[in-house]
Design a protein around this ligand. Structure first.
Ligand code: ZN
Ligand code: ZN
Length: 623
């Protein structure tokens, strides 16, 4: 996972819908616009200026996003997500989509062209999420002020006292924020309670319903927010050198804000959970069309979801074949007195279980991860795979409580404005785990797969990619980063490291790599299966445990995640497939001139753009 920047992704799906009406004026306008620029240089120069303006407007519209990107002009603002705010969003989208038509995209230089597409895609995604997806109506977990406060409170870009003053202004809006959260969610709740036969005032059937898991996550994470405001913030206020009057006032405001958060938590517990339980309305599945649209907006992949799904099914089969060969190779070493079982999945599973016993102690999870990073850096450099910037630190830390969710590890990369800030490797400690579930978790993240995890999250995965992205000279790509490219890269480098002999090419390491990779493949399979094919929990657990060899705890967590999210689980495999295919395509094209290190550095130099657009540029340049 990458950090929780607002990653709303998009496509031109809405634009196509409007085409028939706009066709004539559009063509007319396009001719006129082309004449506006005497040459490409002029158009590019103007577009550069416009991008700056676009970003200024974006930050004005989304101050919380601005703060997390490292742009601190609007730190004192906390947006209240009411109807009026959504109207201003739609206005923002309209005016910039309109402005984009001023530019003749085909004569823009390649990098600007990608920026153009990404801006257009982002705007359509925002509009789609407001008009179609409507998360604000049904997802209580979309309401949490912690991110907005944490970025200011714990970002060290200016003196604590100045940051506390920004926080002081934000605090004043917390009550309104949670009042609006409740009123946004209430129609849904009423609808849950309403008698569907006799109630004629019923709104359109909701596409998604607030299920128990989402409400529970919202409760947990808002408890994190409560702690942040009621404890961390108040500590910081006391430690600061603000005068006493100011301190007293800030602390009073913090208590009021904390009370609003507490009320919201209470409201969710009393109103939402009881209704959901009594009605057993827990359907969280998207219908096929909504899924397809979300896939398009979020991933910006070349292929349709159904194609990716079938690719994944095929890959699952071939990975099972590879694993069987590896298992046969080492069977005797681990089971000298037993013959190989007839069922090959059982054979593989027995070996994986044996190998998984090698794991760290539950209390040394964070330290052991910290120690492994240096080894990975050495391997990447020795094998000449990629340049690593030695100046950029990676800090391994326990995941802050307000961020704790279903994933066990994540990276928080610095935003494009504070490219020199630290990158955090967040590891969720096993503090609240029983001995049994800690053991299950640790077997899943055993000494083999722990290395793959670190490749994925840190070197040369998310951490390394994030540093390249910040160095790429496109602000647009840094800001509107594509999740499938980001996850796809992390998954691609797992394979790439193995191909280059990581782990001494031992069958054990390969076997465990495949087990890990099966997880990524199955993420796609179950996401599609659950949301489009309506798979049950039993079916999902069966695939994860018996065909992907996962521990119960891991599989159960995945079931929760697939119930709380849609499409995101597909980003890993989808992006991986596209990057891997692109590399093979470039190998074929360049023949002997192909160099792996140059390919990686070139690929990353474009920033976090959708793979399909990077591919377009790399192929053009190879011509
Ligand atoms: Zn990841
Ligand atoms: Zn153990």
């Amino acid at each position: 996972m990458i950090n929780n920047r607002c990653l709303i992704k998009s496509s031109n799906f809405q634009i196509f819908k409007l085409m028939p009406l706009l066709l004539i004026p559009f063509v007319f306008a396009a001719c006129e616009k082309k004449q506006k620029y005497a040459n490409a240089d002029e158009a590019n120069a103007d577009f550069e200026k416009y991008k700056v303006h676009f970003i200024e407007d974006l930050w004005k519209q989304y101050p919380g996003w601005a703060t997390s990107a490292g742009f601190h002009k609007y730190d004192s603002l906390l947006v209240v997500p009411d109807d009026h705010f959504r109207e201003t969003e739609i206005e923002f989208v309209k005016s910039h989509l309109n402005k984009l038509t001023d530019f003749p995209v085909n004569i823009l230089e390649a990098n600007n062209r990608i920026d153009y597409y990404m801006m257009r895609d982002q705007l359509s995604a925002i509009r789609w999420s407001i008009n179609e997806f409507k998360e604000f109506e049904w997802n209580p977990a979309s309401y949490n002020v912690a991110g907005s406060f944490d970025a200011v409170l714990n970002g060290h870009y200016e003196d604590l006292e100045l940051r506390l003053l920004s926080i002081g202004s934000k605090l004043k809006n917390v009550q309104a924020y949670y009042d609006v959260a409740k009123s946004n969610l209430t129609p849904y709740l009423l609808q849950l309670i309403a008698d569907p036969i006799n109630d004629t005032t019923k709104r359109a059937e909701p596409k998604l319903k607030p299920n128990r898991l989402l409400v529970e996550r919202a409760i947990l994470q808002n408890h994190g927010a409560l702690f942040l405001i009621d404890s961390s913030l108040i500590d910081s206020i006391n430690k600061s050198s603000l005068d006493q009057v100011k301190k007293v006032q800030l602390i009073a405001d913090a208590h009021l804000a904390a009370k609003s958060i507490g009320d919201f938590i209470n409201w969710m517990e009393v109103e939402m959970l009881s209704q959901i339980d009594s009605l057993e309305r827990v359907d969280y599945r998207l219908d096929k069309n909504l899924y397809k649209a979300k896939f398009k907006h979020d991933l910006q992949a070349q292929a349709e979801p159904v194609k990716i799904y079938w690719d994944a099914i095929k890959d699952k089969k071939s990975v099972h074949i590879e694993m069987k060969l590896l298992a046969d190779e080492i069977w005797e070493e681990y089971f000298p007195s037993e013959s190989i079982p007839d069922d090959s999945l059982q054979e593989i599973n027995l070996l994986i279980e044996k190998l998984s016993i090698n794991h760290v102690h539950r209390d040394s999870l964070v330290t052991s991860i910290r120690n492994q990073i240096a080894d990975l850096e050495k391997f990447v450099t020795d094998k000449n795979l990629l340049y690593l910037d030695p100046e950029k630190p990676l800090l391994v830390r326990e995941t802050p409580v307000w961020m704790q969710g279903p994933a066990g590890a994540s990276i928080s990369s610095p935003g494009p404005y504070d490219a020199n800030a630290e990158t955090f490797y967040n590891v969720t400690p096993l503090t609240n785990y029983s001995n049994e579930s800690a053991e299950s978790y640790l077997r899943e993240y055993n000494n083999y797969t722990m290395q793959i995890l670190n490749i994925h999250e840190a070197v040369p995965g998310h951490y390394t990619q994030g540093i390249y992205a910040n160095k790429s000279n496109s602000m647009i790509k840094a800001i509107l980063g594509n999740g499938a490219m980001v996850e796809g890269w992390a998954v691609y480098v797992e394979r790439m490291m193995m191909e280059n002999g990581y782990g001494n090419n031992s069958p054990e390491m390969w076997l465990m790599y495949y087990k890990w990779h099966l997880r990524e493949i199955c993420n796609t399979i179950i996401d599609y299966g659950v949301h489009v094919e309506g798979w049950t929990q039993e079916k999902v657990m069966d695939i994860l445990v018996n065909e992907a060899f996962q521990e119960q705890a891991e599989a159960a967590m995945k079931w929760n995640r697939v119930s709380e999210t849609q499409v995101q689980l597909c980003s890993y495999y989808t992006g991986y497939k596209e990057i891997y295919n692109l590399r093979e395509e470039m190998k074929n094209k360049l023949g002997e001139k192909f160099n792996l290190k140059s390919f990686h550095e070139k690929f990353l130099s474009y920033g976090s753009a959708p793979v399909k657009y990077i591919r377009m540029l790399m192929l053009e340049e190879a011509e």
